[in-house]
Each structure stands twice: as C-alpha cells, then as structure tokens.
Design a protein around this ligand. Structure first.
Ligand code: FE2
Ligand code: FE2
Length: 500
C-alpha cells in the first residue's frame, strides 16, 4: 500500500468544519467563547499554522523529549547539586516553580478552550497538541521540585503558591487569568501565544536555561529547555489569528489585545525574572543582564514581528524601553525588603563586585538604587536589622497587583496614578496600567488588590502577622536573606582594605 506524504493529506484531514443540523452555528461556536467577532467561517478556514505536526509525529517526539529529561534527572539525582548550589540559585528555582508550575496547568485549560471553540480548524488542531504540551509542563515542573520538599518547605510552594493569597501569587494569577483564562479562543491565541509565549517564555526558559548551564545545574537547564521546545511550536498559534483579524477590519482590537498582554507580562517579569537574572543568579553564572535579554527577546523580536504583520509598536514603547533600566531594580529592592512575604529567600545580590556589574549594565545604579542599599548595609552593620524589614505595606497597583515603584535618588520619580471610578479610588503604578483599566473597566473594576483587602478588614489582625497568615506563609516558608547576610562580609573586607 502506498503511503501518502504528509503534505498530501494534512490540509484535508484537518478541514473539520461542518454544517451543524441540531444547533445553529452560533450555538455551536458562541462568540463569547470562540471570539469569531462576526467574521465568517470561510475566513477562519484560511488560518494557516506555520508549524505542522501530526499526532504520530507529536507522540514520538514528545516521548523522546520526556525520556531525555527524566533520564538526565535520574542520572544526576545522586549528585545532589541542589545541596551545594549557591543559595541564590536555589531561590531562583523555588521562585520559578511556584510562579510557573500551576500556571502551566492553567495554560492547558486555555489550550483546551482553543481546541474546542476556535472557529479555525488549524487552530483547533494545534491547540490539541498545545494542551498536551502544557499538561506535560505542569506535571514535570511539579515532579522536579517534589524531590526537594524534604530539604525545605519552600519547595512545596511549587504546588501551593497559586492556591494562596500570597501577594506575588495574586499578581501572577491576575495576569494569567486575564490573558488566558477569561478570554475567548481568538483573544487567547493572541494574548497568550503571540504576546506572552513568543517572547516572554523565551526569556524565562532560555534565559534561565543559559544561566543554569553556567551555574552547573544541568538538570534544571535540560528541563526548561525541553519545555521551551514545545513553547516555540505552540506559540505560533497567534500570528495566523492576527492575520485574519487584520484582513477583516479588526486591526485596532488586535492591537489592543497585544498592547495589554505585553505590558502586563512585562510588569510580572519585572518582579520575577528581573530579580532572578540580575540579583539571585551568582555573578559568575550570569550570561546576560535582564535588560540585555529583554532587548534581544522582546524588543527585537516583537518590533520585527509586529511590523511584519502590519501592526504597530505598542503606544507606550518609549516608556517601556526606558523602564528596562529601572522597574525591576525597584521590584527587587521591595521584594528583598518585604522578604517575609514571599515563599523564597531573595538574594540581595549587592556585594561590591555585584554592584560593579550592576553599574556597568545599568549606568547610574550606584547613585540611585545603590544609595538605598547603602542604608540597608549600614543598618545591618550597625546591628539594626529591624530597620531593614517591613512594618508597613506598600501601595499596590490595581492593574499589575505589584508594588508601585520608582527610581530613588536625585530624580525620584515614583508616582501613584489615581483614578476615581464608580465611587471607588484606584491606584496605578503607571499611565499604561491605568489606560489598560480604562479600556475595559468592567473586566477589572471588582478585583481587590492586597491593600484593598487589608483596608476592607479582610486581613486580621491588621498587622504583619495577620498579613502573613492571610498569605498562607508559615515559619519555614516565609523568605529571609538567601545567604543569611553573609554577603556583608565583603563590605567589612572592603572597609579594612580602604582603611589600609
Ligand atoms: Fe508551557
Ligand atoms: Fe505554552
């Protein structure tokens, strides 16, 4: 029997739209779920996915991938790298798993929505594979940290984080719910796969994999690069949707979806990936700075892809480029200062050598962020650690759910953008966060930030202890300085060097 080449039957076999008899087409594909936006089925049938794969090919490849990573894990298990790894690197992994593992499971549901409701057969087909991809990512990123739960309870947050009201978990949940859990299939393909996965997961998975390899953590490096090979395939679902929207007069709406998703992803990454790449990762293992990765993966990638598709750069692009030098330094300082409120131990990452690196990568760092750290170092050296920890709560943005930060020093630029809407006062960390809210207030208006909940009396008692309890952080889970403040020694040596 002659076997046909894939390209001879692929298009035909995934041409699976049919005329419904028992229900209307609208009942079968309600706009609310499918997001067809009144564009006829024939237009959706022109959807042409750039990456074509069949089920047998998919299964064979995935089996090989899994066999590869699980055997590397098994082979290196006795090596117990995690026991001799730099504590900053351990924190990187604990923060990563907590923020990512369950979001992968959620992504599986987002893919399932496209697999069922996308009106484009090609999108449905690809999303079936995407759904299985995300299920694999969820499972594997729970399995790996599970082996370390016996070492430290923070590892358990790989599973726990999204089930809590810990503030960073609220921020991550708010973002992922917005771009993938509460949107129609077409918007999901654009916000999740095009805007988020094309660039940002590259950052988290390839950026971190590069640093992991440098740090000698081959288990983690292998794991996350294996995941990224799936991401780079299923991330290609958004561009064909965009082409159809643009061709059918929906460019503005497409642009808004992209602008919103990129900004919200950026903000989340300033709290997660920024501190990891520029502060937690041991200096000698840093491949590139967060800003350099951003310029490579987001700025260069998106500018080119957006313009190629006939879209524009997001309206806030200039501000975004200048924020690459600033926002994540403020997030890092805040997270280290409020360290009991996170499920990992933040590494300060500000020894004199590290500061030299920061100054080189971010000219002016010493005169701005450095001055804040000088005060912290002084307090620690003078036996006043209580001055380096939280007593109050920061103002939190009602869009990104992250603290409102600015650049300290001469040009102190922190600003709380306030908006009164339906009798409630909202706070935003930037003009962009506020505009996103204003474009779709119904979507966002009822969400309570951590501070809103505090002021509403939901958090009792109204002090740090009550806050920690509300966030689900028990002793042994709440963060402290990753290196147990041993990095201060570098300052004492420096002082005596200077005196000599
Ligand atoms: Fe994934
Ligand atoms: Fe994904």
């Amino acid at each position: 029997m002659a076997i046909l080449e894939r390209e001879e039957w692929y298009d035909l076999t995934r041409t699976t739209n049919w005329t419904t008899k028992f229900v209307t087409e609208e009942e079968f594909y309600p706009d609310e779920m499918s997001g067809h936006r009144g564009i006829p089925a024939e237009a959706w049938e022109t959807y042409d996915e750039p990456y074509k794969v069949t089920y047998p090919e998919y299964v064979a490849t995935q089996r090989e991938k899994d066999a590869g990573v699980y055997s590397v894990k098994a082979a290196l298990e006795r090596d117990a790298f995690v026991d001799r790894a730099d504590p900053g690197w351990v924190s990187t992994m604990i923060a990563h798993y907590g923020a990512i593992a369950l979001a992968e499971y959620a992504a599986s549901i987002a893919e399932a929505k496209m697999a069922r409701f996308a009106k484009a057969p090609g999108n449905r087909n690809m999303a079936v594979f995407g759904m299985m991809d995300e299920n694999r990512h969820g499972q594997i990123q729970l399995f790996y940290p599970h082996a370390n739960v016996k070492r430290n309870r923070q590892w358990d947050w790989a599973h726990k984080a999204y089930h809590t009201n810990e503030w960073a978990a609220i921020a991550a949940r708010s973002f992922f719910d917005d771009i993938m859990m509460t949107r129609d299939a077409v918007a999901t393909s654009i916000m999740l796969t095009f805007a988020f996965e094309t660039g940002f997961t590259n950052m988290q998975f390839l950026g971190l994999a590069a640093d992991a390899a440098e740090a000698g953590d081959h288990t983690f490096s292998n794991l996350i690069s294996s995941i990224q090979t799936d991401e780079s395939r299923h991330a290609q679902q958004g561009a064909p949707s965009l082409k159809i929207l643009i061709a059918n007069g929906k460019k503005e709406e497409a642009q808004n979806l992209i602008d919103t998703a990129i900004w919200r992803a950026w903000k989340l990454f300033t709290a997660l990936t920024g501190p990891i790449l520029d502060y937690y990762t041991p200096l000698e293992s840093r491949k590139e700075s967060f800003k350099e990765f951003m310029l490579e993966w987001i700025v260069a990638q998106f500018e080119r892809q957006l313009l190629d598709l006939g879209l524009d750069k997001p309206w806030y692009w200039d501000q975004f480029i200048s924020d690459l030098d600033e926002t994540h330094h403020g997030m890092h300082l805040g997270i280290w200062f409020w360290r009991p409120t996170v499920w990992w131990d933040p590494a300060a990452g500000v020894t004199p050598n590290e500061r030299e690196w920061l100054e080189e990568k971010y000219p002016g760092w010493n005169n701005t962020w450095g001055e804040c750290w000088d005060v912290i170092v002084d307090n620690l050296q003078n036996g006043k650690p209580e001055l380096t920890g939280p007593e109050t709560l920061p103002t939190i943005c009602n869009m990104c759910q992250l603290p409102i930060v600015g650049t300290p020093g001469q040009g102190w630029n922190v600003k709380d953008h306030q908006l009164e809407h339906n009798g409630r006062l909202y706070h935003f960390g930037s003009e962009v966060d506020m505009k996103i809210f204003q474009m779709d207030p119904e979507r966002y208006q009822n969400h309570m930030s951590f501070i809103d909940r505090f002021l509403a009396g939901e958090i009792q008692p109204m002090d740090l202890g009550g806050g920690l309890k509300y966030m689900g952080l028990s002793p042994g889970e709440m963060g402290d300085d990753a290196h147990g403040y041993s990095w201060l020694e570098a300052y004492s040596t420096k002082k005596s060097d200077d005196a000599a």
